[in-house]
Design a protein around this ligand. Sequence first.
Ligand SMILES: Cc1ncc(COP(=O)(O)O)c(C=O)c1O
Length: 404
Amino acid sequence: MNKIILLQDKGSVYMDYSFDEVIDRKDSLGLKWNNLDQQFGCEEVLPMWVADMDFSSPQPILDSLKGVLDTRILGYATPPDTLYNAIIHWQKEHHQMELTKDAILFAPGVVPSIAVIIQALTNEQDAIMIHDPVYTPFSTMIELNKRRCIRSTLLMENNQFKMDFEDIEKKLVEEQVKLFVLCNPQNPGGRVWSKQELLTLAELCKKYHVLIISDEIHADLIFSPYQFTSLVTLDPSYQDFVLTLSAATKTFNIAGVKLAMIFAHNPKLYKQIHLYQEAIEHSCLNTFGYVATETAFTQCGPWLEQLMARLEENLTMVCHFFDTRLPQVNYMKPQGTYLFWFDCSSLGLTDEELMNHFIHVGKIALNAGVAYGPGGSQYMRLNFAAPKVLIEEGLKRIKFAFEQ
Ligand SMILES: Cc1ncc(COP(=O)(O)O)c(C=O)c1O
C-alpha cells in the first residue's frame, strides 16, 4: 500500500511509495500479463516485454480518476485550461520548452499522433526516415500509410548507439526524404541523444527541408548524469519544422488512459494537423486521459523522483547480474528509459529461434530485437520496471536460457 508521509508541496502530494509490491495483473485487462498463451504460445512465461511498468500508478492519479467516477456522469469532455497550464509548466520546468496553449494539440496517443502527422503532412510514396533499430510502430505507421520507410542504421560505439550522419545525409538527398521520425530518448537502446548529435541532425533536416517528428515520450525517464534535450529548444528556427510528441503516460505508468500531446510551434503546421484531426474526429478525447495527465503534471513529481531512484537500483542490479553471471553477453547500458538491450548472438540461433528459446526454454517474454528493424537482429529487449523479486526471477530465467 502507498503510505502518506507528507502533504502538499506546491500542489504536489508527497507520499512514500512502494515499488516492491507485486500487483497481480492477471485479473486486469493489461496487455503485458494477459492471454500469454495466445500471444507467446506459452502460459507460464514471465512477462518482461511491452513498455509499461509493474508498479502502481501514482496514488494522486488513482484518486483523481475515482473523483471522475464520483461525478456519476461520464459524458463528453473538454480539456480545461488547468490542463494546458499543467503541460506548459511541466515542459518549461523540466525541458526548458516555451509553449503556449495555441501550440498544443491533443491526440489519443503518441503512435496515433505519428499516423496523423504522416497523413496530414505527407503524401503516399513520400520517403520518411527513421533510425534502425527503433520503436517498431514508427515503420509500421509509415508502411501502413503507404509511405516509403527509409532506415539509417545506427552505429555502435562503446556499446552505445550513435547516428551515422553521412548515411543520413546521403539518404535524405537520394530518397528526397520529407519527414524524419526521431526517438529521443531512444527506444530500444536507451540513448539520450546529446545536444551536438541533435544539432547535427536538425541542421541536416533544415538544410534539406525535412520536417522532424521528435517522439519524446521517454523524456522524463533519464538516469544521472545524462541530460535530456528537447530538440525544438536548441534553436528558435527549429520551431518551424519540428513537431514534438509528448505524454504523461510512459512516465507515470498510465498508458491505458491514452492521451498524448503534439507540440506544433509553427502555426501553419498546427493548422494542417488540427484540420486533419477534425476530419477524422480526433478532437474529443478521453475524460480519464485529461484528468490523469493534469494530475500527473501537477501532483506526481515526488512519485517520479522515487521511481527514478528505484529504476536506477534495478538497472544496477541488472548490469551487475550480466557483468558477473553472464560476462560473455554484451549489453547497452541505458542512459534513459527502463529498457535493457542485450546481445544474444553468443547463443548461435536465428532470430526466430531466439524468441522461441527465451519463451519455451527460459519461460520469459521479452521483445525480439529484430522487431525494431534489421539492425536489432540478435538482440532482445528487457523491461526492468518491476519489483525486484520479479527482476530477480527474470534474470534467473535469462541465465537459464543462456546455459541451455
Ligand atoms: C518511443 C515510443 N513512442 C510511443 C510509444 C507509445 O505511445 P502511445 O501509447 O501514446 O501511442 C512508446 C511505447 O512504448 C514508445 O516507446
